[in-house]
Design a protein around this ligand. Sequence first.
Ligand SMILES: Cc1ncc(C[n+]2csc(CCOP(=O)(O)OP(=O)(O)O)c2C)c(N)n1
Ligand code: SF4
Length: 568
Amino acid sequence: MSYSLADNQIYFSTFVPQIFKSDYPKNTIHMQKLLLLGDEAIAQAAIDAGMSGIFAYPGTPSTEITEYVQHSKQAQEKGIRSFWSANEKTAMESGLGVSYVGKRAMVCMKHVGLNVAADAFVNSAMTGANGGLVVVAADDPSMHSSQNEQDSRFYGKFAMMPILEPRNQQEAYDMVHYGFDLSERLSIPVLIRITTRLAHSRAGVERKPDRKQNEISLSADLKQFVLLPAIARKRYKGLLASQALFIDDAEKSGFNAYEDGPDKSLGIITTGIAHNYLMENYPDRNIPYPVLRLTQYPVPRNMIKRLVDACDEILVLEEGAPMIEELLKGFLSIGLKVKGRLDGTVPRDGELNPNIVARALGLEDTYGKDIPELVAARPPSLCVGCAHIDAYNALNEVLNEYTKGRVFSDIGCYTLGALEPFNAINTCVDMGASITMAKGAADVGFVPAVAVIGDSTFTHSGITGLLDAVNDNSFITVIIADNSTTGMTGGQKSSATGKIEAICEAVGVHPDHIKVIKPLKKFHEENVKIMKEELAYQGVSVVIPRRECIQTLNRRMREKAKAKEAVK
Ligand SMILES: Cc1ncc(C[n+]2csc(CCOP(=O)(O)OP(=O)(O)O)c2C)c(N)n1
Ligand code: SF4
């Protein structure tokens, strides 16, 4: 991590040792203060706040929240359910089910996962919550490991639900407790939006007392979750009326704060972690300008008005899209002078850092060093011995007989097949798009069209696409690269394991055209022959290269050896 966080430095100075993942259970039981990643702080808070279930689909930078709960002895003792769902939508709906029975649930995903969960997410604002429901979306500005840098706050605003955006790990912990209470008090799901730096940097976190889980208790209104038009219309009016309460809460909760300063030539608005970047530039903590620190939405109108009335110009520092800045500027940008991402004071894209903030304030850069060339120029690559390598070597040989550009791929480790030396794939858009894009292309005459999809991605969003292809008898070959795990995000359990052939057959793929191959060098010729035959087949065929991910295999072996050692 190239930047230290001003507020976090205070916590570090009061805190002690480095804690590693393997220490979870020990720490969660005996220590009141923990050194935690932002993700872990959220997980620990949910455990302490009486959560009954957590549902998620892995995705950087959100994955560690659910992993922490899965490793926590305290969570086990409290009987907390935790589950890697098939995708973000099923996770969101399971969380809503927990809320329906009056218990507390958390649902976690990366920002693009919210696109997948959007139907359930937006409608959950209409049903409202019964037990506390907290949805965590982890955004990835600068796209460290994502295909876009969309800002999840827009989803919260769109759904008209309260959003919490912590500045630091302690606030992340506190906001989970607050979010569950708010959700139950105002009967609404709450969105917590974090970004990569907060999710993946550590700070000391002080815990709150452990809270019991809620008992099962249904809503007094048994029609609350029935969104038939007549009911939905009433609920929508209720949601609109609640906005005033949500704003009032944002004005009064204490998470948003107005810090006055003597120089009124400029007023600064920070959102979430941007406040830390501002503080980095004032180590003595004396900022000359008034600062409005925003971490709870809807935007607190009175606080904004106070700052605007007091200052000549406004600088908006927000991580992600210029959401508040656009709001203040208005459509015609008349009157109030607002600086930020839209006028170039701050770069339009990418994450913030203390130096970007320094430049916006006309200060000298003070932090960070350039990343050494050796590290900066290091491209990602498939692990040595990865099964995807052997699958691509076979596929490339078969496709040598055709014109280029025929492989529609998906998102996972196998996407690295786009790079040298493989140059094996031609698309990567969103989870599941491989099969459906191949179908579209094949349907209009681009034959053979090949889809490459991983096992976890297949059960996330590939099955319905395969059903479309079968129902329309599209001429495609689907390669389901089965390494029995969700490799790209660190080897979580894959919903597909042990089920792929049965799923394909159930969807309607002819059993004669579901072929399992072993992606190893010694089977190369045989694998080429099978792929060649299936590419020539005029219908839907599936080839499943199956060999475990090297990383999970090694991990299993190490654990086995350790267990053996412990028995001796
Ligand atoms: C909607 C969405 N959710 C989550 C992710 C994060 N993600 C990227 S690839 C991937 C799964 C990869 O697993 P698999 O398909 O089995 O391929 P592998 O990496 O094991 O080769 C996940 C969860 C994402 N990019 N988009
Ligand atoms: S983590 Fe597993 S699937 Fe991903 S590149 Fe490495 S061996 Fe292949």
